[in-house]
Design a protein around this ligand. Structure first.
Ligand code: ADP
Length: 545
């Protein structure tokens, strides 16, 4: 018999039941039931796989022709429906052709495997429907060679050809996650060492656990999964694109799983290198952006400084052309008159004209000094050089200086509450503060109104206050009063440049002090200056009053 089979001869011979139990087709089910029961409850007589496996079926014959076979389960199913086993002939239980295979099928392992999955026993018949034997499907399925068969279709197997150059491992596992079949093993692992083993036997605990968790989930949820995993093989990291699919039988029961592990180590590492490079590039770009923003901001500052300077220059030009022309005309006119008529004039008249020229030149000098001071202040060239100065003397001589010919009739009342007179301050800057505040007070008040100056020292500061009862300052102008060239709206008809208070502010700032104004339009103004006092390095106690 085995000589007629040219496929898997040894395998078939091992499992083929050449003399299966058979029964005529008209026998009632009740008769074979007793036979099944004995077979199922008694332990097998020998340990031969054939004996242990073939016990659950009986073949149905009609004469010398085999019609099919009945399994114990099929018999039980009929009994469970409440049928009377005595009235049902066994021929009714067989579905013709279902579990029957021909010799040809043995030459087609995939098809054979397919049928074996559907029936527990296979009845092998020849063309005349004579029995060649019965094969237990379980034995077939248990053989990994047969399970492998779908991929072993010979040298032209398209899968093998297609996968040849792909670093891919294809595997099948049973429900216990043991490898039952593998195509292209993992680096350094022989396929024979893998079969029948789980990942825990092959890989480090951490890798095996991570992988097992994926596969357990696939088994439980009966749903495929795809993700990247890392494996340490031969002390080297490998990265795999792992796909796992559940392997189900026709009724949906899980048989195990199939999977592919594509080695993506190279592209993974490339990707990582690329990511690192990208991150580095991003950091560099961020740094450059910050630098760029910083230099942009600096550029904007310099640009606005340049604009301001430009603005300042054009205002200087306007100022010089405007403010210098009048005094120059006065000087020129007086000089011309002196030249032509001087000899005929009385000496008093000549002196008046000479004084006018003198005063106008002084005015121009002050104007030029103011321009110079503001220019230096804008360029940050003014320095703070404190020395010990007698503040009362400084105020008295400043008052004397401002009350020249123009303001000869005016009065400035000076009062003070000084604990010390010699104070450590910058004389030039303090002089600028006083003279500007005093000349403004005189300029912006009526000829008959008084000016009060009050001087006071406190523990660590000196306070100057200059009060007038003049035109006052509109509230809208008060905020910008200390900016160069800013002039109050009500001061348009009074000569001025808008530089004095900016000089005051700058001088106060260089001392680290404060200047404030309280004013009401039409009622007068009070300017208050606070300068901090620091002890002079060579401070002499005797200088205190
Ligand atoms: P200028 O007096 O040359 O115009 P300042 O910088 O000294 O320039 O003053 C700026 C502006 O402040 C003046 O134009 C004026 O409108 C206002 N101001 C300053 N001091 C007084 C004051 N004592 N009374 C009224 N207005 C004043």
């Amino acid at each position: 018999m085995s000589s007629t089979l040219n496929v898997f001869p040894e395998f078939i011979a091992q499992f083929l039941d050449l003399h299966p139990p058979s029964i005529p087709s008209e026998t009632p089910l009740s008769e074979i039931w007793a036979q099944f029961r004995v077979k199922m409850t008694e332990p097998p007589a020998s340990s031969s796989p054939r004996d242990s496996l073939h016990s659950g079926y009986v073949c149905v014959v009609q004469g010398d022709r085999y019609l099919g076979l009945i399994t114990a389960q099929e018999a039980i199913a009929v009994l469970a429906q409440g049928n009377d086993p005595r009235s049902i002939p066994v021929s009714h239980l067989i579905t013709p052709g279902q579990a029957i295979i021909t010799r040809d099928l043995l030459n087609h392992p995939p098809a054979l495997y397919e049928v074996a999955q559907q029936h527990p026993f296979l009845l092998l018949l020849d063309e005349q429907q004579h029995c060649l034997g019965v094969l237990p499907s379980l034995a077939l399925l248990k053989l990994s060679e047969l399970a492998e068969a779908p991929l072993e279709l010979g040298p032209l197997n398209p899968f093998e050809i297609a996968l040849n150059h792909l670093p891919i491992t294809v595997f099948r596992k049973d429900r216990q996650l043991r490898y039952t079949w593998i195509y292209k093993s993992f680096p350094g692992l022989d396929p024979q060492d893998i079969l029948e083993h789980t990942n825990h036997d092959l890989f480090c605990a951490q890798d095996a656990m991570a992988w097992e968790a994926i596969e357990q989930r696939v088994l439980e949820q009966q749903q495929g999964s795809r993700q990247e995993i890392a494996l340490t093989l031969n002390d080297r990291f490998h990265y795999y694109d792992l796909t796992v699919e559940p392997l189900l039988d026709e009724v949906g029961a899980v048989l195990g799983l199939v999977g592919t592990a594509l080695d993506i180590t190279r592209s993974y590492l490339n990707q990582q290198a690329l990511t690192t490079l990208n991150e580095e590039l991003e950091t560099i770009v961020d740094e450059r952006t910050i630098e760029l923003q910083r230099s942009n901001a600096e550029l904007l500052v310099s640009l606005s400084a340049a604009r301001e300077l430009n603005d300042l220059k054009s205002r200087f030009i306007t100022l010089t052309s405007h403010e210098f022309r009048t005094p120059l005309t006065t000087i020129l006119g007086s000089a011309e008159l002196l030249k032509h008529y001087g000899q005929t004039w009385t000496s008093d008249k000549r002196q008046r004209y000479l004084d006018r020229i003198h005063d106008t030149v002084n005015h121009m000098t002050r104007l030029l000094n103011d321009v110079l001071t503001v220019g230096q202040a804008e360029a940050g060239q003014l320095t703070f050089s404190p020395t010990l100065i007698n503040i009362l003397d400084l105020f008295e001589s400043a008052i004397e200086q401002v009350l020249t010919r123009t303001y000869r009739s005016r009065t400035i009342q000076l009062s003070h509450d000084l604990h010390a007179r010699d104070l450590y301050l910058d004389q030039t800057l303090v002089s600028q503060i006083i003279s500007n505040l005093l000349s403004n007070a005189l300029k912006y008040s009526a000829a008959d109104s008084a000016i009060e100056v009050y001087l006071k020292t406190e523990e660590n500061q000196v306070i100057f206050q200059v009060q007038d009862h003049g035109i006052g300052i509109p509230e809208a102008d008060q905020a910008n009063l200390f900016t160069s060239f800013h002039r109050g709206k009500n001061a348009a008809n009074i000569q001025g440049t808008g530089l004095g208070l900016s000089i005051v502010k700058n001088a106060v700032n260089l001392h680290g002090g404060q200047v404030t104004v309280e004013s009401q339009e039409g009622s007068g103004s009070t300017f208050t200056v606070l300068l901090p006092l620091t002890p002079s390095p060579a401070y002499d106690d005797d200088s205190r009053d």
